[in-house]
Every structure is written in C-alpha cells, then in structure tokens.
Write a protein that binds this ligand. Structure first.
Ligand SMILES: NC(=O)C1=CN([C@@H]2O[C@H](COP(=O)(O)OP(=O)(O)OC[C@H]3O[C@@H](n4cnc5c(N)ncnc54)[C@H](O)[C@@H]3O)[C@@H](O)[C@H]2O)C=CC1
Ligand SMILES: O=C(O)[C@H]1O[C@H](OP(=O)(O)OP(=O)(O)OC[C@H]2O[C@@H](n3ccc(=O)[nH]c3=O)[C@H](O)[C@@H]2O)[C@H](O)[C@@H](O)[C@@H]1O
Length: 441
C-alpha cells in the first residue's frame, strides 16, 4: 500500500513513522523545505522519545521518505493522510486554510482513485467540505473517498500511544473506505471503532473537551481544598479509585496547556455556537483554566507582594514533561507577568530551552541547570513536573537567597520540604504537613 502524509508536525510525522514501522511505504510531504532536509537525514524536528530511532530505522529500510514536492509525494499514493495544523482563529474557531490548501494540493496532483484520510482535528462537516473541494475539480472518472481518522496521541508518549492506543476511530461512508483503512491499521493491534464521518469528527473534540473538563474540575476542587484544609492529592487518589471516575487526568496544577486542549475547547464552543447551542459547561472549563494559569503568580505575590528587582527562578517551561513544546504553556503567561512586575527572571528547562528562547519575553535569562537558575534567588517557581525537577536533591534549594518554592505541579511532599527548612507553597495542599500525605498519582 503506497501512503502519502501531508504535513509533518507531531501528528504527520508520528503517523508516517508508525505506518512505515508496521510495513507500509510512506512518503511524508511538508512545505517547510528545511524541515524536510533534516528529516531526510533522520533528524526529527521535534523532541519526542523514540521517534528519531524509528525514523532512521524506516528510512534505512526504504519504507519512509520525505519530500517538499507534492507531485512527487502524491502522484502514486493510494491513500493520502491530511495532518496539517488547524490552529485557532481570533474568535476561537478552527482555522481551516491549511486543510483547504492540502485538499487543493491533492486536486492538483492525483491521477488515480484515492482515499483521503483526515488526521487533523477538524470541525464536524470538514470532511464533507474536503470531498466537495476535490470532487469539484477532479475529472469525473476518478473516485475519491474521504475518511475521518482522528489522532489521540499525547506529546511525550506519541510513539507509545500509536502502538498501544485505546482505540482507532474510523469514520467513513463506504465499505471500500472502511475496508482499506481498517486493513492499514490492523497491524497496530489496537481496537478499531467504525462509525459515520460526522460522529468521528465529534469524537475527537468531545474527547479532548472531556479531558480538559476533568482537569478544570480537579483544579476547582484543589482551590476549595486549600480554603478548607483538605489535601488534593488525597482527594484525587480517593476519587480515582472509583473506576467510573478513573484516576487519570485528576492531577491538579496550573491549568492545561499545549497545542490542543486550549484550541480544541474553544473550537468546540464555536462549533456548538454555529448551530445556536451555547455550550455553557465548556465555557466554564475554559474560564477556570485561564484563572488557574495565573495561580502561581497569586501565590508568589501572597509571599512577596513586591517582586520588583527580586530574582525569580522558573523551573520547567514546556507545557508538560517529555516535550520541547511551549505552545499555550503557562510559562508564557507567568514569565510575562514576572517581567511586568519588574522581576529578574532566570529560567531552566531540561529540553525546551531553544523553543523558549524564541517564544518567551527576550528579558528572560537562561541557566544551564536547576542549581544555576536558583542560585541567590528570592523564589523558585515550578511550572513543569520533569523527572529532573521531581528528583532533585532538596538541599539544592539552600543555594537560594531565601528558600521559597512555589510549586505548580506538586512535585514534592510538603513534609520533606518542611524538614529541609524550605518555605513551600503548592496546589491544593495545606502549607504545613499536618496531614497524612499519599504518594501523588
Ligand atoms: N500536536 C499533537 O499532539 C496533536 C495534534 N492533533 C491535531 O493534528 C493536527 C496537526 O497538529 P500538529 O502536528 O501539532 O501540527 P503543526 O502545526 O505542528 O504541523 C503542521 C505541519 O504541516 C505543514 N503544512 C501545512 N500546510 C501544508 C501543506 N499544504 N502541504 C504540506 N505540508 C503542510 C506545516 O509546514 C507543518 O510542518 C491539528 O489539527 C491538531 O489539532 C491531534 C492529536 C495530537
Ligand atoms: O489532541 C491532542 O493534541 C492531544 O491532546 C492531549 O495531549 P497533549 O496535549 O499532548 O498532553 P496531555 O498529557 O493531555 O496534557 C495536556 C495538558 O494538561 C495538563 N494536565 C494533564 C493531566 C492532568 O491530570 N492534569 C493536567 O494539568 C498537562 O500538564 C498539559 O498542560 C490529549 O491527551 C491527547 O489524547 C490528544 O490527542
């Protein structure tokens, strides 16, 4: 089966690499020539555990190719995946110009029947629109099927998720399309759920919105715990033991970030709005998240009301561990606010420093290690729960001018920080270790 993938962001690249790993011949196409030149040499443009190794393996096995030439990539493909970005418009709706461009690329290049599979997260009705664009321009003797096949990978565990996902959703309206796409995916050995195209499109938004709802819910509970003296870690563990609730995505913190939850929640509010439905619950989820992203600054100002001229260390800049992605990371808002309040900001992240330098306020300074970042600082803020941060020797905080740690990810036990004489503020937990603490989930 000859497969082409249009777009090599996280999703396109992981799709291309995974499909080649299970034996298909895949050519990945991207308009970014520099990126293509790198990928042809087996260099991954993103930090993702295990990805480079699989890329090199499949390039060497001649199952995986990269090109910036759509004609070369699409000409003989039997199945074409669209994996381009669907960023956020100013009003929160999904920007579909990259998807439309990809559909036009297909029209320009194909000379054979194809199945067009949309991996990108797209509003309900988009696959119908893609078919409309292609059919309107294609000679009548060619047949094009469209399939919705949303992607559920998480950054940082993308390769694992491809081979051990909970489900593969295939939305189609022809037996032929179902059969071909099911056959392609069978070697993954992941349960396949077949449905209609519109439902498949909605499954993706509803899944992300539901997970975001869980996070905003637990963040609200954590704020109430703080006021009442309960411990959110214990509450999450106790709730998660109920299998109907489940233990995942119940970790309170500084709100969700990343390239998808923020944009997809807003897009779903718009999708509902387009059919005159006000999605009140999801609006609440988005507002709670906005508020939660600012919590670390409020906690800092409670301890040091005037941070002007103070040295503040920021530990962790990526929106979550194991990725170099800073999209919609709380670090953007937090560093901006620290600089606005006149602080000297010194940041450290194990992997995301290059992206940080091109994303964050140019006044942010960078250190090469946790120890260097916190040296002589007035406070340390933890924004990402990297293992390197969670496993740090607590004596390192003695290097600070005043050992004050404000932890947005509950990386340490309150009692351990107390033992080391560190003033410690975390999320949804009592300031002093009066209570029994369970190991965080
Ligand atoms: N990033 C993630 O973890 C996940 C993303 N998604 C969804 O997948 C889609 C893609 O997301 P990312 O991979 O993060 O996107 P991205 O924006 O990082 O990358 C898209 C790539 O497509 C290329 N491109 C754009 N138009 C093109 C065209 N006409 N021809 C060839 N290449 C073109 C760009 O140069 C870029 O390299 C989005 O809809 C997103 O919501 C879904 C699940 C996970
Ligand atoms: O559509 C997408 O792009 C993807 O979005 C998320 O994946 P991702 O954004 O990579 O990362 P998550 O692990 O979901 O984390 C998102 C954000 O939520 C936060 N989070 C997550 C879990 C939790 O319990 N608490 C919490 O605050 C993380 O710190 C992070 O900022 C979904 O988990 C994927 O299934 C989906 O495919």
């Amino acid at each position: 089966m000859k497969i082409a993938v249009i777009g090599t962001g996280y999703v396109g690249l992981v799709t291309g690499v995974s499909l080649s790993e299970i034996g298909h011949h895949v050519v990945c196409i991207d308009i970014n020539k520099d990126k293509v030149a790198k990928m042809q040499k087996g260099i991954s443009p993103i930090y993702e555990p295990g990805l480079s190794e699989l890329m090199t393996k499949n390039i060497n096995a001649q199952r995986l190719n990269f090109t910036s030439d759509h004609r070369e990539g699409l000409q003989q493909a039997e199945v074409i995946y669209i994996a381009v970005g669907t960023p956020e418009n100013k009003d929160g709706s999904a920007e579909l110009s990259f998807v439309i461009q990809a559909a036009e690329n297909i029209v320009d290049c194909i000379e054979q029947d194809v199945i067009v599979v949309t991996k990108s997260t797209v509003p309900v009705g988009t696959n119908e629109m893609i078919k409309g664009i292609i059919d309107a321009h294609l000679s009548s003797d060619l047949k094009v099927d469209v399939v919705s096949n949303p992607e559920f990978l998480k950054e940082g565990s993308a390769i694992h998720d491809s081979f051990h996902g909970d489900r593969i959703v295939i939305g189609a309206d022809s037996e032929h399309a179902f059969n071909v796409i099911e056959k392609i995916n069978q070697p993954f050995n992941v349960p396949i759920f077949k449905t209609d195209i519109k439902s498949a499109e909605m499954i993706k938004y509803a899944s992300n919105a539901f997970l975001a709802t869980k996070i905003s819910f637990i963040n609200e509970i954590s704020n109430i715990c703080e006021l009442l003296g309960a411990n959110i870690e214990n509450v999450s563990t106790g709730m998660g033991l109920d299998q109907r609730i489940g233990s995942q995505f119940l970790k309170a913190g500084i709100g969700y970030g990343g390239s998808c939850f923020p944009k997809d929640t807003k897009a779903l509010i718009q999708i509902a709005g387009n059919v005159a439905y006000e999605f009140e619950l999801l609006k609440g989820v988005v507002n709670v998240n906005k508020k939660q992203q600012g919590i670390i600054i409020r906690k800092l100002n409670d301890c040091i009301p005037d941070i002007s001229g103070k040295k503040i260390a920021v530990l962790g800049l990526a929106f979550k561990p194991n990725t170099d992605d800073l999209r919609e990371s709380a670090s953007i808002l937090v560093t901006e606010e620290l600089i606005k309040q006149g602080a000297e900001v010194v940041a450290y992240d194990p992997i995301a420093m290059d992206n940080a330098k091109s994303t964050l306020n140019p006044l942010v300074q960078y250190a090469d290690s946790i120890a260097e970042a916190i040296e002589n600082s007035d406070a340390a803020l933890i924004l990402t729960d990297w293992d390197e941060i969670k496993n740090v020797e607590l004596t390192v905080f003695n290097k600070m001018k005043t050992p004050l740690v404000i932890d947005g990810r509950n990386c340490f036990l309150v009692k351990d920080m107390e033992t080391h004489g560190i003033e410690y503020r975390s999320i949804g937990r009592p300031v002093a270790a009066k209570q029994i603490e369970v190991t965080p989930i």
